[in-house]
Design a protein around this ligand. Structure first.
Ligand SMILES: Cc1cc2nc3c(=O)[nH]c(=O)nc-3n(C[C@H](O)[C@H](O)[C@H](O)COP(=O)(O)O)c2cc1C
Length: 363
């Protein structure tokens, strides 16, 4: 077995696999189960000060299936933790007592108020958590109150709030980005300037999952009505990978915790190759169980042996070098073979559409 541990911001992760903030990290029972199952880190369900009200609805999830019934996407309209900060403070201590060598990340969110953020950080830090993740990215419910994605979409605010947190803690701080923005590197850079030590990306993508053709109401349906939610799971991976690559190329050397659509070691390794030093999984765990980490560790180890990598750090961002502009691709193709681009010109399509499409698919 290769050495799959990695040090990030001075903290040693036994493996780069972290439970993403959400139902698989919603209380101490689930977090301890995650650590017992072999996950290297857990980002706990986002907490706020007790006075910030959180009222969840049910149902609040939906699955996107192919006509053959395979689940490819997932939507939720869940808010952050509805449990009080006091309960969480006790549980953070219990978790660290049970698993001192695993990495416990406290995901936090508050209103645009310096005292609130600093109080939250101060009280949580005393419990012995290893790092903070700032939720600048929840896409539903909270942005209406100026929290979550409302902060990630406002680089000045992201920088200022990160600064408030950095002022009162020496623990590492990851700022978690929303994909619902034109250029994700702008709030990512702003958060780093404010004092973040890394960037988590991505949170869920605003979405409407489906419309029930009997009731004509969108889903998930609560008393006959719905609201746009956050899209996750396998189908979002290509979008997440692209956004992670932009952060990796735009902020060289930044520690990225890649998130979005990981269902096995394959996608997790892809995130590492695009610049992530850790990889988070949320919906994959909800649908496949905590045990999926066994295959992820084994697959990562096999991949490293196959390529002769001795450490994970050696190939963080390795594949970014192969990304270039479209113009450069055409130049490269022509340089390799004169006339190479004439064979597949638009005029040549005959209408044998499935065959002609297949001929242009990357093997
Ligand atoms: C039901 C559900 C609840 C979530 N709650 C939170 C949360 O409280 N805080 C947060 O930062 N992200 C939350 N997320 C987002 C995930 O941590 C993750 O960023 C996103 O789902 C993409 O990763 P995935 O495809 O592995 O699920 C939640 C996701 C789901 C599906």
């Amino acid at each position: 077995m290769a050495d799959i541990s990695i040090e990030v911001n001075g903290i040693k992760f036994p493996n780069p696999f972290v439970i993403g903030s959400g139902p698989p990290s919603t209380n101490s029972k689930t977090i301890i189960k995650a650590f017992d199952s072999g996950w290297g880190g857990v980002s706990a369900k986002t907490v706020s000060l007790t006075e910030t009200p959180v009222i969840n609805v049910a149902p609040r999830y939906g699955k996107l299936k192919t006509p053959k019934g395979e689940i490819i996407g997932f939507e939720n309209i869940e808010l952050i933790s509805d449990r009080t900060l006091e309960v969480w403070l006790d549980e953070f201590k219990t978790i660290k007592d049970a698993h001192p060598d695993k990495v416990l990340i406290s995901s936090i969110m508050e209103k645009y108020n310096k005292d609130s953020w600093q109080e939250l950080v101060g009280r949580i830090e005393e419990t012995g958590v290893d790092m903070f993740e700032l939720n600048f990215s929840c896409p539903h419910g909270h942005p209406e109150e100026g929290m979550g994605a409302a902060m990630g979409q406002n680089p000045d605010m992201a920088k200022e709030v990160t600064g408030w947190v950095a002022e009162v803690t020496d623990l590492p701080i990851w700022a978690k980005m929303t994909p619902d923005i034109q250029d994700i590197t702008v709030p990512a850079k702003a958060s780093m300037e404010g004092g973040a030590t890394g960037i988590s990306a991505i949170n869920t993508i605003p979405s409407i999952l489906s419309i029930d053709l009997d009731t004509l109401a969108p889903t998930p349906s609560v008393e006959g009505h719905s609201t746009p939610g956050g899209y996750s799971y396998y189908a979002v991976k290509p979008i997440a990978l692209r956004m992670v690559s932009e952060i990796g190329r735009g902020i060289p050397g930044v520690e990225i915790s890649g998130i979005g659509g990981v269902i096995s070691s394959q996608e997790a390794i892809e995130f590492i190759l695009m610049g992530s030093s850790t990889v988070q999984v949320c919906t994959g765990v909800m649908l496949q169980g905590y045990e999926m980490v066994d295959e992820m560790c084994e697959g990562l180890s096999n991949f490293m042996d196959k390529h002769g990598f001795k450490t994970v750090r050696e190939f963080v961002g390795h594949s970014l070098q192969y990304l270039t502009t479209h113009h450069d691709l055409a130049e490269k193709r022509l340089a390799k073979k004169a006339g190479a681009l004439s064979a597949n010109r638009d005029n040549n399509w005959t209408g044998d559409i499935k065959k002609e499409t297949d001929e242009l698919v990357s093997k």
